[in-house]
Write a protein that binds this ligand. Structure first.
Ligand SMILES: C[S@@+](CC[C@H](N)C(=O)[O-])C[C@H]1O[C@@H](n2cnc3c(N)ncnc32)[C@H](O)[C@@H]1O
Length: 212
């Protein structure tokens, strides 16, 4: 199911400030050389993430699931002077590609790509983080949320991607693992009195979460 009518999605993209050359380059290279290029957040959600970073003046950002660098480059463009992003990526080849794209974008000094399972990386990090973007394996979302909540600044924001999962969150009964994971995450978050959240229908669903 399309969350947003494709014609509206196209209109929204045409009326969003265009991708920078570096983002277009990263997207083209990803489509040409990597599997599953649709995992990139793309121009509208990328610009949205950048706007969140800029509007909140987030200077410490944590990304869980970096892939080829598209979302990290998007967010890096909104950082204030001295701001930094730590981007967790389990796959060394994807991490190497991300580093190349980040370097090409001129953001190598702002984005640190850390290779390894994100939970392990997070266990070695100190907070507070102003913005955390969760976009790795869906089965890990609740664990990532629980791991980053203690590291979140009091006015910080967690952004979770793909929380409408192509509409499969509406499926009942015997659902696949990814659908079950996203549905479980959404239930976990909305029931959590420690936080306040809003589920947005941007792209594949993005949930913004803050401390209560
Ligand atoms: C949806 S993609 C991220 C897309 C990226 N945020 C973007 O918009 O360009 C998810 C990424 O998470 C990585 N990943 C999966 N499991 C992980 C784990 N346990 N720790 C860190 N990264 C993981 C995958 O290798 C994949 O590159």
């Amino acid at each position: 199911m399309d969350i947003v009518d494709p014609a509206i999605e196209e209109y929204a993209e045409q009326h969003t400030t265009a991708e920078t050359e570096a983002l277009a380059h990263a997207a083209d290279e990803t489509r040409a050389h990597l599997d599953s290029p649709q995992m990139m957040v793309g121009p509208v959600a990328g610009r949205f993430l950048q706007t969140l970073v800029f509007a909140t003046q987030a200077s410490r950002v944590l990304e869980i699931g970096g892939f080829s660098g598209y979302s990290a480059i998007s967010m890096a463009g909104g950082l204030p002077e001295g701001g930094k992003i730590t981007s967790c990526e389990i796959d060394p080849e994807r991490a190497a590609v991300a580093r190349r794209h980040i370097e090409h974008a001129g953001f190598a000094d702002r984005v640190d790509v850390v290779v390894g399972p994100a939970l392990e990386t997070i266990s070695n990090l100190e907070g507070p983080f102003d913005l955390v973007f969760i976009d790795a394996n869906k089965e890990g979302y609740i664990d990532y949320y629980e791991a980053v909540l203690p590291l979140l600044a009091d006015t910080g924001l967690i952004v979770a991607d793909n929380t409408l999962w192509s509409g499969r969150v509406l499926d009942d009964g015997d659902v696949d693992e990814g659908t079950a994971a996203i549905k479980g995450f959404n239930e976990h978050v909305v029931a959590d009195e420690r936080t306040v959240n809003v589920q947005l229908t941007v792209r594949d669903g993005m949930t913004l979460i803050r401390k209560a």
